[in-house]
Design a protein around this ligand. Structure first.
Ligand code: UDP
Length: 379
């Protein structure tokens, strides 16, 4: 394990050490980074190195005006435990040299848990942004990361009332909870201003309808029969509607397609991994979304498009209640009836309610609220 860094020069007590390690966390951190600017706070951004592929990690930072990380940990990629422990030790070293007044972690990855453990061991106040989310699926490593990080956190910033209620139910005292909204909405709304006239690479402008797709979770793409069935559904959808499918294929999914001998069906376009703004543009311009991603299911709604979520559970139940999205268990894809059912679901087009005015997810004000919760908490 190696860690590259330069010494932190800021003196004084208002400094925060932020741990990010995977693409969604860089995106989430963009909102708070913007709020911190000019606030008197300094941030030290640590890249814990969970994603090693730079296409997936760093190339979109400039688009989001997020500075490059101040320190980069290079954990061993030889196994989950080794990687977790390398990330934790790397963050611990950073905490020791930076001496921050608080550590901020986002979401539910192994980098989140590594940052949380390191802050806890160093007895530095820990802030968890996106606290209290539960899918109820204990088979997901992310679910364990969420629960453990929440247990260790001192200030728990939630995205909405469901997450707040969950924490109260688990015995977290209400003084430690701040319901701020979703920082991803802050970033998505900023992106929405840019996407009207912008089309992502290879966008099928002439198509009558476009289905935007992302799939990368093991539960969808690691089983050859499910992955084949999902690709068949995309092909049938395009044939049936005369539309085109826009599918930026995740490296994991691409690797599996090669291994399982599965080709990209006709009328399905793969532009390769997209920059964040291009991804938002794809969601904005598409007619329907199919995704198994935690972030994209919300972003579809943020950009005004309804989604079928290829998962049996979601930690974003608001989306289902609101009628913006519906769940579809990928296990069903093992049977041909399941594939037909998914095709029917994708055909059903629904209009989604507006984000602004919904009262949900903080309506774009989550990051300033995290900052003010942090200030209140530390005084
Ligand atoms: N994303 C992106 N380009 C892509 C695919 C995804 O910028 O080609 C963004 C997506 O909009 C979301 C984030 O990456 O904000 C996380 O999505 P991903 O599917 O990688 O992970 P998950 O949300 O399931 O953790």
């Amino acid at each position: 394990m190696k860690s590259d860094s330069s010494p932190f020069t800021v003196k004084g007590s208002r400094r925060v050490l932020t741990v990010v390690g995977a693409r969604p966390q860089f995106i989430k951190s963009a909102a708070l980074t913007r709020s911190l600017k000019g606030s008197g706070w300094k941030q030290w951004l640590v890249h814990a190195g969970q994603h090693v592929d730079d296409d997936m990690g760093l190339d979109f930072l400039s688009e989001l005006h997020v500075p490059m990380p101040d320190a980069r940990i290079r954990p061993s990629q030889s196994g989950r435990s080794q990687r977790l422990s390398d990330m934790m030790l790397g963050v611990a070293e950073q905490i020791e040299s930076v001496n921050p007044s608080a550590v901020v972690v986002y979401g539910d990855t192994d980098a989140t848990l590594a940052g949380a453990l390191a802050a806890h061991h160093a007895q530095v106040p820990l802030v968890h942004v996106e606290a209290g989310l539960r899918s109820g699926d204990r088979g997901m490593p992310e679910e364990h990361n969420r629960v453990l990080t929440d247990q260790l956190s001192d200030l728990l910033c939630t995205t909405g009332p469901e997450a707040t209620r969950q924490l109260l139910k688990e015995g977290v005292s209400k003084e430690r909870i701040s319901e701020v909204g979703d920082v991803m909405l802050d970033v998505a709304l900023a992106a929405k201003l840019l996407v009207h006239g912008r089309f992502p690479p290879l966008w099928p402008k002439e198509a009558s309808q476009v289905l935007a797709v992302t799939m990368h979770r093991p539960a969808t793409v690691d089983d050859p029969s499910k992955l084949k069935s999902a690709l068949d559904v995309l092909s049938s959808w395009a044939e049936r509607t005369g539309g085109q499918v826009y599918f930026p294929i995740h490296p994991r999914t691409k690797g599996n397609m090669e291994r399982f001998g599965l080709n990209l069906p006709a009328r399905v376009i793969d532009p390769g991994p997209l920059g964040y703004i291009d991804m938002q543009a794809a969601l904005f311009h598409s007619d329907r979304v199919l995704t198994d991603s935690g972030g994209v299911q919300k972003e579809a709604w943020f950009q005004g498009t309804s989604a079928v979520i290829l998962r049996s559970t979601t930690e974003w139940r608001e989306l289902i209640k609101l009628g913006a999205s519906e769940l579809f268990d990928p296990e069903k894809l093992k049977a041909s009836e399941g594939a037909s059912e998914l095709l029917e679901r994708l055909a059903f087009d629904r209009t989604v309610p507006n984000v602004v005015g919904s009262g949900l997810f903080g309506e774009g004000q989550a990051a300033p609220r995290v900052l003010s919760a942090l200030e209140t908490f530390l005084t």
